[in-house]
Design a protein around this ligand. Sequence first.
Ligand code: HEC
Length: 115
Amino acid sequence: MKRGCILFFLIILSYAKEDSFITTEEYGQELYKNPRGIGCIQCHGINGKGKVIATYKEKDKQKILRGPDITKLDFKTFKTKTLQDKGVMPKYYLTDEEIQAIYLFLKKQSLNKTP
Ligand code: HEC
């Protein structure tokens, strides 16, 4: 009876732990895909390493509009640039916590070698 109780407790505990263990990175990934507005993924690629947004012609020259690699910035630069309202990027209203989660997700991606 007593052992059963402890076992039950341990199972609950391990579930709770697993849950909070994946949260921040997964949360960041979700936000990256859907940050209340157009997803970062559309312009910075699946893992933040950048992608071609569009190609177009200007005065007969082929031009490429590209979302840059955003996995290697320090946090301060990342935050400032994410929130600034200029250029191609839309304006975002993200909290510190949300930006931190996205940043963490991208840092994990930058350790991953595949483009
Ligand atoms: C519509 C396309 C688009 C979307 C969506 C977008 N970005 Fe960008 N982002 C760009 C482009 C293009 C640049 C390069 C600077 C410029 O022209 O605005 C950029 C620049 C940045 C930079 C600065 C990079 C550097 O090296 O200076 C950061 C950080 C960034 N984006 C983060 C984000 C995050 C986080 C999101 C989602 C919340 C996001 N972006 C969504 C297109 C986009």
